[in-house]
Design a protein around this ligand. Structure first.
Ligand SMILES: Cc1cc2nc3c(=O)[nH]c(=O)nc-3n(C[C@H](O)[C@H](O)[C@H](O)COP(=O)(O)OP(=O)(O)OC[C@H]3O[C@@H](n4cnc5c(N)ncnc54)[C@H](O)[C@@H]3O)c2cc1C
Length: 391
């Protein structure tokens, strides 16, 4: 008992805490002084919403720009490299949002960079690239997401498999880990069509020259005649050729869904366990009808009606079609539903369905209890019949 007491008394701060306890026991504590303090700290670290100013726009290549977002004199919450912001916009009367990974490093707190690639006919990416100017204000969420390196579980050997714009979360990680000189062994395998599509090449080269524990390889699937670099895809053979200790490595994947599926199957064909593979899909599968679970004989154009019951008791009806996710139909009708990743994972867009039937693809990570109680992840729920929803 006395040995335990001795150890405690040697702990840093022990005497101060002991004294504070004695004072509190004698006089009590006036907690009114601290009212609201913890809420203020929590709101500062995990704000629901941020108002950020576009302080600079950097053209990265013909179809990609970086929007540099500064806080309006307030405090930018910290984030982990790999996390994203959900950017809310109002376009032609429709309020919607999209997630974008922070490509800058949290080692500086002056701004967040979002690097945005153009998606053909994309609703939000084209707006952000063509309409947003320096000085504009963007409304975003606070930093979100679980795609980051956890030193306790993910070890020191990391292989990043990036496809196209999917380089952005890795850029934040590479900038952070090299700036901090962390004891990690990082290999980036960066798949692009051609050199002109590759982002951040000069910076990647410079960081690889300065930091022997960071290496990268550009892998081109449709190179231009003058392009230098490896040709092919991020496949099992390439990984076997370049990764020395596969069993001790954690693989991170980020890019379009097709690239994700391909790389995951390649890694699994090499016997790599699921727990050593961490991934973030940038865009939900484009053709939900191609999902193996899609019910036969239902066409995406079939029209359906959503009846939305409001807490006030009022109800509204929305016409949509089977192939449109419920969240998109609600946004078109002017209803705001909180959301984050829009790929079915984060569950922020979860709503209650009291009647009807939806299709939720395998990527929509709906809890068993939610399915039983009728909750759906509206970003990836496709109405197979008329629905009644409570919002
Ligand atoms: C966590 C995360 C981080 C991301 N980070 C970046 C980034 O750093 N840089 C970047 O450029 N992009 C990033 N993205 C992708 C980005 O969020 C948008 O998806 C992209 O900009 C396209 O949006 P859009 O409005 O232009 O296109 P949309 O108009 O949404 O269309 C894009 C395509 O996706 C399909 N689609 C979209 N949503 C759904 C859905 N719910 N179900 C089925 N199909 C759907 C559409 O049919 C269309 O073909 C990220 C995505 C995620 C999930």
């Amino acid at each position: 008992m006395s040995a335990r007491k001795d150890i405690k008394s040697q702990l840093e701060g022990y005497q101060e805490i002991k004294k504070e306890i004695e004072i509190c026991q004698k006089y009590g504590q006036d907690y009114r002084n601290e009212r609201g303090l913890k809420t203020a700290i929590i709101n500062r670290l995990h704000p629901r919403q941020l108002e950020l100013t576009v302080s600079e726009i950097i053209v990265e290549n013909a179809h990609t720009k970086t929007l540099r977002l500064a806080a309006n004199g307030s405090f930018l919450p910290p984030f982990l490299p790999g996390q994203y912001l959900n950017v809310t916009v109002q376009i032609d009367g429709v309020r919607t949002s999209r997630p974008y990974s922070i490509s800058s490093s949290p080692t500086q707190t002056a701004y967040y960079d979002l690097t945005i690639g153009r998606v053909k006919d994309g609703f939000v990416s084209n707006y952000l690239l063509d309409e947003v100017k320096v000085g504009d204000t963007l409304i975003t969420s606070g930093p979100l997401g679980n795609f980051y390196h956890n030193p306790l579980f993910h070890g020191k050997k990391l292989v990043f498999l990036a496809g196209g714009t999917g380089i952005t979360p890795f850029m934040s990680m590479i900038r952070t880990f090299t700036d901090q000189n962390l004891d990690l062994d990082i290999l980036l395998l960066y798949g692009c069509r051609s050199v002109k599509d590759a982002l951040f090449l000069p910076e990647l080269k410079r960081r690889a020259e300065l930091h022997p524990n960071f290496k990268f390889e550009l892998v081109l699937s449709e190179p231009d005649p003058e392009d230098q670099g490896r040709q092919g895809l991020l496949d099992a053979q390439l990984i076997k050729d370049l990764v020395a200790d596969i069993g001790a490595t954690t693989f991170y994947l980020c890019g379009p869904s097709a690239m994700q599926n391909f790389c995951t199957s390649q890694l699994e064909s090499m016997g790599i366990k699921r727990r050593a593979i961490r991934s973030e899909a940038f865009i939900a599968p484009e053709d939900v009808l191609a999902d193996p679970g899609w019910p036969k004989n239902i066409s995406a154009d079939q029209s359906v009606t959503l009846t939305v019951q409001r807490p006030s008791g009022a109800a509204m009806t929305i016409k949509t079609r089977v192939g449109e996710p419920v969240l998109t139909a609600l946004e078109r009708a002017g209803l705001a539903v909180p959301n984050g990743c829009r790929t079915g994972e984060c569950s922020l867009c979860r709503i209650k369905m009291t009647a009807g039937q939806v299709f939720q693809p395998s990527g929509a990570l709906v809890r068993h209890s939610d399915r039983a109680l009728g909750y759906i992840h509206s970003c990836r729920a496709y109405p197979l019949s008329d629905l009644t929803l409570m919002i």
